[in-house]
Design a protein around this ligand. Structure first.
Ligand code: AMP
Ligand code: MG
Length: 421
């Protein structure tokens, strides 16, 4: 028995999935292992930055009142009482007429309120004592990075749900987080269905193909920040598939199957959803490729029935599974970045449905250009290797021409860019 299929717009399908968003729990990880994880807490400044007044230069710390009237041939001699590098502090406060030789990052000594850079000072020795002469007036606070000037204690610097990048790691280290609370990665189970599927290490046999979707989807799940659990391939046999899917749905946060969602005689997923008593959110979308993408929910778990066709499978994941994974990760911006680009090639195909053409973007002179990657067919796998964006072509159009402005969804940064000039 096949389910009734009513195509719904992509936008509606995305919101139907996003309505089922669930918050994930948290875990603590060591700072070293936190890269690309999603923060499970705000990062609040636990102390001011910098924590003390410090010198931005190598030079001499002194008091500005000792420089009043200097200039135009009028020099003043300072007794250099000691030398401090970053990490050291002066042993005593400065008195009038004294200076401290100070290195970048060292704390401004008590009794000093400014720093004269080496370049404007003349240092010399006299009777075994160090001196420095200066011909410039300095203002109070000149060349001093003041305590808290970068950030005050208690400031919220990064919000929970933000992906940890190298800059955020620097902040975590600054504030002494040797461990950090992160969103637990949702566990995404993956089954590839199809009696025709061979494992990657098997030789080709007549009528069979290697299972590429499992590897592709595993990588997409990981790229999205979730934990991929590949559960194996399943033959198109009802009871095998039913057992496997119902067991995995209970164990995983999200379950992805590829293949078997069409209307063919061996497309078993619709009957499996029925037998499971799953609520089908939609089973037909007004889009190409991936119109058969089906999403269902059983006992609070989302089941993504992606097409077996590699390009359709890839697109279905990025449009519908990617954002809900971001939801689990508490990412406040769950959608891929979109921008406008100039089409770099004619695209003469008429579009009764909204089309997501696998493409690649290049940037030149501040403009973005998008070209279709390889053959635009849902069954194609080769074009995916080049894909770093989807070119979104709205339905009801008669094709597009080179130079037309189109919307693109950026999937990954392929780094295709000319050298900096
Ligand atoms: P289906 O969605 O099961 O009707 O499959 C559609 C097409 O995708 C068929 O040609 C399948 O052989 C192919 N296909 C299904 N699963 C995979 C897979 N895991 N890897 C590569 N191709 C697949
Ligand atoms: Mg199949």
């Amino acid at each position: 028995m096949k389910l009734h299929r009513k195509p719904i717009p992509v936008k509606e399908a995305v919101s139907k999935v996003m309505e089922r968003m669930k918050k994930n729990s948290h875990e603590r990880v060591n700072l070293e292992n936190s890269h690309n994880r999603y923060l499970g807490e705000d990062i609040t400044a636990s102390h001011p930055i910098p924590p003390f007044d410090k010198s931005p230069y190598d030079g001499f710390a002194l008091h500005s009142t000792d420089t009043i009237g200097l200039g135009r041939g009028q020099a003043e001699e300072f007794r250099v009482i000691e030398q401090i590098g970053a990490g050291h502090r002066a042993s005593r406060p400065l008195k009038k007429g004294e200076a401290v030789r100070i290195m970048t990052g060292a704390e401004i000594p008590e009794g000093a309120d400014c720093v004269a850079m080496f370049e404007i000072c003349q240092a010399y020795e006299k009777n075994g004592q160090s001196y420095m002469s200066l011909k410039r007036e300095l203002k109070p606070g000149q060349n001093v990075i003041h305590q808290g000037s970068e950030t005050k204690k208690g400031t919220v610097l990064v919000q929970s749900g933000t992906k940890i990048n190298p800059g955020i790691k620097a902040l975590l280290a600054t504030f002494g987080y040797d461990q950090v609370k992160v969103q637990r990665k949702p566990k995404v189970g993956i089954f590839a269905t199809g009696t025709e599927l061979l494992d990657v290490d098997e030789s080709l046999e007549p009528g069979k193909i290697r299972n590429s979707n499992a590897y592709m989807i595993t990588a997409q799940v990981e790229r999205a920040g979730a934990e991929a659990v590949y559960l194996g391939k399943l033959k198109d046999d009802f009871s095998t598939c039913f057992e496997a899917v119902s067991k995995a749905a209970a164990e995983m946060d999200i379950l992805i199957t590829t293949g078997g969602v069409s209307v063919g005689d061996f497309d078993l997923m619709p009957d499996i959803y029925k037998e499971l008593g799953a609520e089908v959110l939609f089973n037909k979308i007004a889009m190409r490729p991936g119109s058969v993408t089906t999403v269902a929910e059983v006992e609070g778990k989302l089941l993504f029935g992606l097409s077996g066709n590699p390009s359709a499978c890839y697109v279905g994941f990025e449009l519908f599974t990617f954002p809900i994974i971001q939801g689990f990760l508490a990412n406040p911006f769950p959608f891929r970045r979109r921008t406008k680009a100039y089409l770099n090639k004619d695209f003469p195909k008429a579009n009764p449905f909204m089309r997501f053409v696998r493409g690649k973007v290049t940037m030149r002179d501040g403009k973005i250009f998008a070209s279709p990657a390889g053959i635009d067919k849902s069954a194609v796998v080769t074009s995916l290797a080049e894909t770093d964006a989807f070119i979104v072509l709205p339905g009801g159009t008669k094709g597009f021409k080179l130079g037309d402005m189109v919307e693109v969804i950026l999937i990954e940064d392929s780094g295709k860019q000319e050298a900096f000039h």
